[in-house]
Write a protein that binds this ligand. Structure first.
Ligand code: RIB
Length: 307
């Protein structure tokens, strides 16, 4: 099978996860059920997801010189991700994410960037050869926006396919959007990117058309239990997803973007790649944690055979 190399440029965090009965309100103190540390970070989650699915994957990013940094690097390596582009930054802690997960599997997350915030244009220059040798470049927004813009510029100069997962969402400059091949927001992120309220699939299409107008080639919006919608100049494609009992949605979006890239890297068309990504994300929401929830290809196949 043809396999193109994928490089993920982005964040690595240690997730500090607390299970709670409900999300605390402003000023409320509640008791957590338990606490656990789990490797995470949107970038690292995407790299591990792609690696576990059998892709040829590299990661470019930054961790601190603390113990969490080593754990994150080890987890990437055990998923067959090449970490030669992950640098350890002196005098800086590894990125941290404080995550509450409630009884319905919903979460809220506060990220403290740490070393991710030092991921610079110079770091991108240092690892330009990794970008050069890849076909698909995936980025998110947990490293400085200037670095993202710079990396996308380099990737496009080298004629690479750029997938941007705009999370956590901020308004993005037009000069960045016009260089993005595929944008993968969820509905909330789509609202932030466009300023258009998104309450229905019609709204999704309307908002996505604004981004198409800015030069993005395809917008693939994850719409929770309704699956995903792809909008480009020639079609609107709604790909539904099977309903499952949700344990924890953490990393569902990351696994979707990564497996979409894996599918495309293996020559799948949009419909096939989105169906594949929906399946992977479905397995992910039935499991707890970020990188702990990411399945191998065999586990994905088994999950759907047993249903
Ligand atoms: O998308 C989930 C991820 O967001 C978590 O792993 C956390 O680290 C934050 O980056």
């Amino acid at each position: 099978m043809k396999k193109s190399r994928i490089t993920v440029i982005g964040s690595l965090n240690m997730d500090l996860v607390v299970n709670v009965s409900h999300m605390p309100k402003v000023g409320e103190t509640i008791m957590g059920r338990n606490f656990i540390t789990i490797p995470g970070g949107k970038g690292a989650n995407q790299a591990v997801a792609a690696g576990k699915l059998g892709a040829d994957v590299y990661m470019i990013g930054k961790v601190g010189t603390d113990e969490y940094g080593s754990v994150l690097m080890d987890n990437l390596k055990s998923a067959n991700v090449d970490v030669s582009g992950v640098k350890q930054q002196e005098n800086m802690h590894t990125g941290l994410a404080f995550i509450n997960v409630d009884n319905s599997g919903n979460n809220n997350i506060v990220v403290v960037s740490g070393a991710n915030g030092t991921c610079s244009k110079e770091d991108i220059d240092t690892y330009k050869n990794i970008i050069q040798e890849s076909e698909i470049i995936i980025l998110q927004l947990e490293i400085p926006l200037d670095t993202v813009i710079y990396a996308v510029n380099i990737a496009k100069d080298l004629n690479k396919t750029v997938i941007l997962n705009p999370a956590p969402a901020v308004q993005l400059p037009d000069r960045l959007l016009k260089q993005v091949d595929i944008l993968t927001p969820n509905e909330t992120e789509l609202e932030i990117l466009t300023g258009i309220e998104v309450n229905s699939l019609d709204d999704v299409e309307k908002a996505a058309r604004v981004l198409l107008g800015k030069g993005v080639n395809a917008i693939i919006v994850t719409v929770g239990e309704k699956g995903a919608v792809m909008i480009n100049d020639s079609e609107v494609l709604h790909v539904p997803v099977e309903k499952v009992d949700v344990a924890d949605t953490t990393a569902a979006g990351d696994s979707f973007t990564a497996s979409l890239a894996v599918g495309l890297s293996q020559g799948m068309n949009y419909k096939e790649a989105i169906e594949f990504a929906n399946k992977v994300a479905t397995v992910v929401v039935t499991r707890e944690g970020a990188q702990t929830s990411l399945p191998t290809l065999e586990e994905v196949n088994q999950f759907f055979e047993n249903r």
